[in-house]
Design a protein around this ligand. Sequence first.
Ligand SMILES: *Cc1c(COP(=O)(O)O)cnc(C)c1O
Length: 457
Amino acid sequence: MESMLRHLPSVDKVLSEEQVRQLEKTYPHSLLLDLVRHHLERSRQLIAAGKPCPSLDEIVDAVCDQARALTSPSPCPLVNATGVILHTNLGRAPLSKEAMTAMDDVAGGYCNLEFDLESGKRGSRNSHIEQLLCQLSGAEAALVVNNNASAVLLALTALARRKEVVVSRSQAVEIGGGFRIPDVMRQSGAKLVEVGTTNCTYFADYEAVINPRTAALMRVHSSNFRLMGFIHSVTLDELVTLSNRHDLPVFDDLGSGCFLDTSNFGLDPEPTVGQSVASGAGLVFFSGDKLMGGPQAGIIVGKKQLVDKLRKHPLARAVRIDKIRLAGLVATLVHYLKGEALEKIPVWRMVSAPVEEINNRARRWAEAAGSLARVVDGETMIGGGSLPGGTLPTKLVAIGGRGGKNTAPALSRRLRSRQTPIIGRISGDKLLLDPRSVLPEEDKIVLEALKELATHA
Ligand SMILES: *Cc1c(COP(=O)(O)O)cnc(C)c1O
């Protein structure tokens, strides 16, 4: 081992290599010195662990790769051909042009975020969006925070701490990514009172547990799973009836927060924000970046007296929204107000695209990939905690053949390693690409990539 360590180049030796000297033009010497020291130290540890001594070239390559990786833009854009429209790992909703422009406009300078231009005095960041949300949902008041998880946490903390919140056992669920209703309850200091059974919960179950410590009845939308068979649940209207009798609010965690009727597209009806408000829910929570199609946010609409309590709570300051996303949310909501959501909001353009149009695009994609590809019937998922089990008909491009380079995993890797990566999904021995979750503006990226795959098949 001692002798191996002696084979390791010195720091100066690595720094004097041509490739590293080239980097000195772009990166400060101190950074390169750090990286070289770090890699030599790692090499020493590897040798100590019985691994062979890395060559000078390997060390130089590792240093150069890391310097480039550290300074390359990240996260980087990619093409989502997975067929899951709201893919949390891929950044959920793509934004409309108008939303991007609005965000860009406030990003580089100052704006009237908390400044009232009329009076010249301090204003409120919520004032930019509250009326829009009230107009669209029919609610008395609205508040926007960092994301839906923080919206729920804020409400439970502000209104139910050291008190009880009643939830059906079938709704004490995990949404994914660590958001579990029982855990959020515990974090807020509210006590979760589960009622009913996994498959059946009745009005009387809720009624039986209401006591002076009860702070609210809560409904959680089963946004990522479906119960089937022998089931019973209590409707929101029934919950409101019961809560009114006891002068309690109903909290409704909608998850996705839909403003349009999904049954127009052959999907199951996703509960809309307006329906929850009309039913009389005290507070309704939903995400900005799911079916609403905007940037990440948690949106709360409901009764003024309750929303006002959330506004004043110290946690509201800790989970507040930033100016850039606020501008994007407003621009996204304006699309709904103008009745142009289907044409402007990418998520809704994808949902509403006729299957013939998808078919034409799939044929062009398949043509570009030549003999590797064929078009098959398939289904697009909405994803992102909405419409579990609900899918849209689509046409998929199935690619893959024999031979090392053309297996589905190899093709998938080649598409992922491009400057603009393209992400599909593997099913059996095929890589499937779904044009429905790709905007037509991105087709040229896909076509170019598929042509290259075909030429190097
Ligand atoms: C997605 C979801 C959440 C979490 O929303 P984020 O905006 O991701 O924090 C909470 N509740 C339900 C029902 C959801 O579907």
